[in-house]
Write a protein that binds this ligand. Structure first.
Ligand SMILES: [Fe+2]
Ligand SMILES: [Fe+2]
Length: 153
C-alpha cells in the first residue's frame, strides 16, 4: 500500500517538473512569436542614416527568431506538450531609437528566461533540450550585442 503511494508520488513529482518545463517553453515560444513580428515590422519601418546597417540585421534576426520558434515548438511536442498558437503582445513605436530599445529589452528578457529553462532542463536530465536551448541563447546574445552596438551602448 505504502509502496504504491510512494511510486505515485514519484511519478507525480517528475511529471510536474516536466509540466513546468513545458509551460516555460510555451512562454518562450510566445516571446519568439512576438520577436518575429517586431523584427519584421521594425526592419521595414526603421528610419535614419545613423541606423543604416541595423535594419538589415533586424531582418536577419527575424529569420533566426523563426528558427527558434520552430525548434522550441518541436521540443514542446517531444515532451508531450502542445505548442501554443498565441504570441505575447508585440510593442510598437514610431521612433527608431525606441524600436531598438524595445527589441533590446525583449532580448534581455528572453536570455534571462532561456537561462532559467536551461537550468530546469539540466536539473531534470533533459540534456537534448538544454543542447538546443544553448544554441538558441547564443544567437539571442548576438542579437543583444547588435542592438547595443546600434544604440551606442
Ligand atoms: Fe529567439
Ligand atoms: Fe533574439
Amino acid at each position: 500500500m505504502s509502496g504504491i503511494s510512494e511510486s505515485a508520488d514519484a511519478d507525480g513529482a517528475s511529471s510536474s517538473i516536466k509540466e513546468e518545463i513545458i509551460k516555460g517553453l510555451n512562454e518562450d515560444l510566445a516571446r519568439e512569436y512576438k520577436a518575429i513580428i517586431q523584427y519584421i515590422v521594425f526592419s521595414s519601418t526603421l528610419k535614419g542614416a545613423e541606423y543604416g546597417n541595423i535594419a538589415g540585421q533586424l531582418e536577419k534576426h527575424a529569420s533566426e527568431e523563426l528558427e527558434h520558434a520552430l525548434k522550441v515548438a518541436k521540443q514542446i511536442d517531444y515532451l508531450g506538450g502542445t505548442p501554443t498558437m498565441k504570441g505575447k503582445e508585440p510593442e510598437n513605436s514610431e521612433d527608431s531609437r525606441e524600436m531598438l530599445e524595445i527589441d533590446l529589452r525583449a532580448e534581455q528578457e528572453t536570455v534571462k528566461n532561456y537561462r532559467e529553462r536551461i537550468r530546469q532542463a539540466e536539473r531534470t536530465g533533459e540534456y537534448a533540450l538544454s543542447e538546443v536551448l544553448r544554441e538558441i541563447i547564443a544567437q539571442e546574445q548576438d542579437h543583444e550585442i547588435d542592438l547595443k552596438d546600434a544604440l551606442g551602448l
